[in-house]
Write a protein that binds this ligand. Structure first.
Ligand SMILES: [Zn+2]
Ligand SMILES: [Zn+2]
Length: 415
């Protein structure tokens, strides 16, 4: 067997004749974890049990909350550079200040609990140190400048808030109702997905600008005022589901193109490379995939002139729903399944099995796939395995970023 580098494009996530693919079940060696996964395990891991009462949960919570608290204090210190311009005026500051104080206090308490319970003290010590630094820097009481001028900034505020809310909701849900109980919160590649999550939030300013480009360009040459007036005159209860339908129709088309156009597939393959699905796995999206998909979905929404409230309602819905459909949860949602995409439906989209390849493109309305003949949804069953045959996509964030642009290494049995 020899290896050669060549530009190889594939349709969908299946094998082609040119690629030697390991047979299923996929050899999924757990030692090909990203370096960051391994580094964190070396820094914080130990051989002790992670069960309740061993100081693992309190220690992990302490590090998580300490990181959030310190990050939030840094946002208060440097709002010019670390807060999202268009969100600044929306924050209920007294509430947030109280929340920051509470998070720092909880991080400290949880850290102390872990220090008492666990033999290895690194989790508790790290959490307490982060909380102490956050408190010494002023905690939630840091004074803000009178004015913060417009300009380039990172969305650290947006990152911390979303991470706090989503982790608070989904981590307990996945622990209480896991579809795969053996899959931990810190499963293979979680750090890579966390970096994807971080980058898409920190760069929210530039990404939002890029996402708006197609809609602004189209509406600058085509603005159907009459139609927009009719749409905007509709009540919200009608506009919101209509916006979801229009968005999912556009999303279906773009998503299908990302599967069927070989060059686009190389970008979208990053999303399909997750071998374990959970709430964080949905964040694994190549930046080109994210910008192109969201940018094109916004075009019909802007053209039709949905009201700002309807658009915001759609954005809030999509933010939570997109996370939910990737989650490692076993809810029986039989009554909902024909109408709304559920985790089981989207998990089949991520299935490694050949028969599920290039199926279930809709992300909100599963009946769109039935209408277009692309549905694959065996009643009551879950996919046995996720990912892409042969695991061609590398596991680290940076390698995933350049993956679509690099010649693919292929193995060949022929001389
Ligand atoms: Zn896909
Ligand atoms: Zn997905």
């Amino acid at each position: 067997m020899r290896s050669s580098a060549a530009w190889v494009f594939r349709r969908g996530n299946g094998p082609t004749a040119r690629i030697a693919v390991p047979s299923f079940p996929m050899a999924a060696p757990r030692d090909d974890r990203p370096r960051l996964d391994r580094w964190l395990e070396r820094a914080f891991g130990d051989a002790e049990s992670g069960r309740l009462g061993t100081g693992w949960l309190s220690g992990t919570a302490s590090v998580f909350l300490g990181t959030l608290g310190l990050g939030a204090v840094l946002v208060l210190w440097f709002p010019q550079w670390l807060s999202t311009e268009r969100f600044r005026s929306l924050y209920p500051l007294p509430v947030l200040r109280g929340l920051i104080q509470g998070v720092i206090a909880l991080a400290f308490v949880a850290g102390v609990v872990s220090l008492f319970l666990r033999r290895r003290k690194v989790l508790g010590l790290t959490g307490c140190t982060l909380a102490a630094i956050a408190a010494l820097l002023g905690g939630g009481r840091v004074a803000l400048p009178e004015t913060v001028s417009a300009g380039p900034s990172l969305g650290l505020d947006w990152f911390l808030l979303n991470l706090f809310l989503l982790a608070l909701l989904f981590v307990p849900l996945e622990r209480a109702f896991p579809r795969l109980p053996g899959q931990g919160t810190f499963r293979l590649g979680w750090t890579t997905d966390a970096v994807h999550f971080g980058m898409s939030h920190l760069l929210v300013q530039v990404l939002s600008f890029l996402i708006l480009v197609p809609a602004v360009t189209v509406t600058s040459v085509l603005e159907p005022h009459g139609l927009q007036a009719v749409v905007r005159a509709q009540p919200l209860w009608l506009q919101i589901p209509a916006a979801i339908l229009v968005a999912d129709l556009a999303q279906y088309a773009v998503h299908r193109a990302f599967h069927e156009v070989p060059l686009l597939w190389r970008f979208h393959a990053v999303h399909h490379s997750s071998r374990d699905l959970d709430w964080l796995a949905g964040s694994r999206l190549h930046v080109v995939d994210a910008v192109v998909t969201r940018g094109l979905v916004l075009v019909p929404l802007q053209l039709l002139g949905f009201s700002e409230t309807a658009l915001y309602a759609y954005l809030v819905f999509v933010s939570f729903h997109a996370v939910f459909i990737h989650a490692n949860v076993r809810f029986r949602l039989d009554a909902l399944e024909p109408f709304l995409v559920t985790p089981r439906f989207h998990h089949w989209h991520h299935a490694a099995a050949d028969e599920a390849r290039d199926r279930n493109f809709a992300v909100h309305l599963p009946w769109l796939d039935r209408v277009f003949g692309t549905s694959y949804f065996p009643p009551g069953q879950w996919p046995p395995q996720y990912g892409i045959a042969g695991n061609p996509v590398p596991e680290s964030y940076l390698a995933q970023l350049v993956y679509p642009l690099r010649p693919e290494r292929v193995s060949s049995t022929t001389e």
